[in-house]
Design a protein around this ligand. Structure first.
Ligand SMILES: Nc1nc2c(ncn2[C@@H]2O[C@H](COP(=O)(O)OP(=O)(O)O)[C@@H](O)[C@H]2O)c(=O)[nH]1
Ligand SMILES: [Mg+2]
Length: 242
């Protein structure tokens, strides 16, 4: 054993061989690294509000952080804010992403920092918008970050106050049927080499009809209404995935 100045200060019974120091150091480095990676992952506190135009994203955005209804206008830029979700816990960040077709893909810019996604649906127009909804949802679910980090997704079936609103179970099965069809089209495109980007991600199990349950992401459906100030379900879910 070499006698470094440090070693002369350490009592004899605590001295260990050099290779054991290396093992200890390597172990410490690994533990620190795991700690850093772990804390980074857990420190993600951004929630993305997505959905088609007119779903009620901006209404939900204001209702959950100010508990108030506001006159909303069609947004071309995202709204962002920090707010206190749970008393005594650090604030969370929320981004309201415009749903216009040309701006919709903005969600992917925010995906790397996303803790979870809240996909707002207008429950009263689902039957007319099933295809568009399924396409947007497909893009979110097939996103690299959504896949690799198994980002949880809440489907907030908004406008439940309206008589024409579908129940969440009906919305879920309509979306599953439509994503199933979309998946067939995309697989066919893949076979003829026409696809690009995330389209080569297959959602669910091959040879089985599409079901949200088959995804590794947690996908939950709830009903809500900003009109009735009923957004507690969204807040509770957000707190549960933090
Ligand atoms: N009846 C009803 N209307 C709603 C509800 N939430 C939003 N709206 C209305 O739906 C329209 C679109 O809302 P907005 O938040 O701008 O949708 P965004 O385009 O998704 O941001 C507005 O006229 C809102 O007043 C709701 O829970 N019930
Ligand atoms: Mg809006």
């Amino acid at each position: 054993m070499s006698s470094s100045p440090l070693r002369t200060l350490i009592p004899q019974q605590f001295l260990i061989a050099d290779n054991e120091y290396f093992t200890l150091l390597a172990l410490l480095a690994v533990i620190t690294l795991i700690g850093i990676i772990g804390s980074k992952k857990n420190s993600k506190n951004t929630f993305l509000l997505t959905g088609l135009p007119f779903a009620g994203k901006t209404a939900v955005y204001y209702m959950i952080n100010h508990n108030k209804a506001v006159e909303t206008v069609t947004s071309i830029k995202e709204n962002e804010t920090d707010f206190l979700l749970t008393e005594g816990k650090p604030p969370v960040h929320i981004v309201d992403i415009p749903g216009h077709e040309r701006l919709r893909f903005k969600f992917s810019e925010f995906m790397p920092i996303a803790r979870a996604v809240v996909f707002v649906v207008d429950s009263s127009t689902v039957s007319r918008q099933t295809r568009l909804l399924a396409e947007y949802l497909y893009d979110i679910l097939a996103d690299n970050f959504a896949q690799n980090e198994k980002i949880p997704i809440l489907i907030a079936c908004n406008k439940s106050d309206l008589l024409t609103a579908f129940k969440k179970e009906r919305i879920q099965s309509l979306l599953e049927e439509e994503i199933n069809k979309l998946r067939q089209t995309k697989t066919a495109a893949l076979d003829t080499q026409e696809s690009e980007g995330n389209e080569n991600v297959f959602l669910g199990f091959e040879g089985k009809d599409f079901s949200f349950q088959d995804l590794e992401n947690e996908v939950e459906f709830i009903e809500c209404s900003t009109e009735n100030k009923d957004v507690e379900g969204i807040k509770d879910w957000m707190a549960s995935v933090l």
